[in-house]
Write a protein that binds this ligand. Structure first.
Ligand code: COI
Length: 354
């Protein structure tokens, strides 16, 4: 494979959508039991060939991350919380009996790719560079065992809004039929195998006019956990002192980096951040009596997106608040976006300028 180090010649992308406006380069590293990790190789983003009998394709030894870099008002580009993503990536790969990529190697790879491809990002504050670190098992064997070789590939795309640039609020659909994760399983790590099983419910949600499915706990089908690709929050009250509540991490939810950021921003804005188990019945009742006034989805891709309606084929549909984006969700979204763009103090040092 040709090694290239010239900066990207791609011009800033005007209308990127989500997931297809790839930048020009990727960073590759390979791992073997004998040699450990190779040095990072910069390559043009292009096809590479894999054997059809590769373990990663058959048995799902595949983990990934998703993080973003934003253009700050001073023109620099900064990745958001790369070290936290590096550590979650390590947990995910450990869970699948894969090797860990050292935290510094992860952060350096991000810096290397952004150094080359950041000109793909325009000044439009609604756009970002979404970075996708991926690790997969490369041994050619259909024996059921962990691979002894792996490839790490870091790629990136320019991202607009996950739900579309014009979508400001979303509706969600309750998945009663299937479960996403179960105790002792893999719901709390970011692996490829957690996502394909959500696609059927996602289709059902879309057929019902919704943008995401809500997953309930697998044991009792009673507690709300997360959506197919993001965490969720409820808001009780409004103004200072409003409770900003997210389902607690029981081991079956993904510990989202954005979820954690929102909890901390909520405190900074004078709200009361809380984590607790919330049942579907409680959620419905608290919306009906006005206790819960807002709901929002959050994630690297989703940022903070207000949820305004729930479709529940078992218990009946309901509207959240007045059916529009609420002030607490919007204030948290603003704070998060300002933080990304270097317009809000960053005492935790979450921005990593590349
Ligand atoms: C993200 O929010 O970055 C995710 O990884 C969820 C999904 C779009 C894969």
């Amino acid at each position: 494979m040709t090694s290239v180090t010239e900066p990207s010649r791609t011009k800033a992308v005007a209308d990127p959508g989500h997931g297809e406006a790839f930048t020009d380069h990727m960073i590759l590293m390979d791992w073997s039991e004998t040699g450990g990790w190779t040095r990072p190789e910069v390559a043009p983003l292009e096809d590479f060939s894999v054997h059809p009998g590769m373990i990663g394709l058959h048995y799902g030894q595949v983990a990934f991350e998703g993080l973003k870099a934003h253009r700050r008002t001073d023109g620099s580009v900064a990745a958001f919380r790369p070290r936290d993503h590096a550590r979650r990536f390590q947990r995910s790969t450990r869970r699948l009996a894969m090797p860990e990529l050292p935290e510094q190697a992860f952060v350096d790879a991000i810096g290397l790719l952004l150094g080359l491809d950041q000109d793909s990002l325009s000044d439009d504050p609604a756009h970002s560079i979404y970075l996708r670190p991926l690790m997969f098992a490369t041994d050619v064997s259909l024996m059921l065992r962990p691979s002894r070789t792996y490839r790490f590939a870091l790629m990136a795309f320019v991202a607009g809004g996950f739900f579309g640039d014009d979508v400001e609020t979303v509706n969600v659909w309750i998945s009663h039929e299937h479960a996403r994760a179960f105790p002792g399983g893999t719901g709390d790590v970011k692996i490829a195998g957690n996502y394909a099983p959500t696609f059927l419910a996602q289709r059902q949600a879309e057929a019902a006019g919704c943008q995401q499915a809500i997953w309930l706990d697998a044991e009792e089908h009673r507690y709300i956990e997360e959506m197919g690709g993001m965490n969720m929050f409820l808001v009780r009250g409004s103004g200072p002192g409003a409770e900003v509540v997210t389902p607690e991490l029981t081991g079956t939810l993904l510990p989202g980096v954005t979820r954690d950021t929102v909890l901390k921003l909520a405190e900074r804005l004078g709200y009361l951040p809380r984590t607790e188990r919330v049942s579907l019945d409680q959620w419905r009742a608290e919306c009906a009596d006005g206790t819960v006034s807002e709901v929002f989805a959050c994630g690297t891709a989703a940022v903070v997106t207000p949820v305004v309606g729930v479709r529940d084929t078992v218990g009946g549909d309901w509207t959240i608040g007045d059916g529009g984006a609420g002030p607490v969700s919007l204030a948290l979204r603003r704070a998060l976006v300002d933080l990304h763009h270097g317009e809000l103090a960053d005492p935790e040092g979450w921005l990593h300028v590349c």
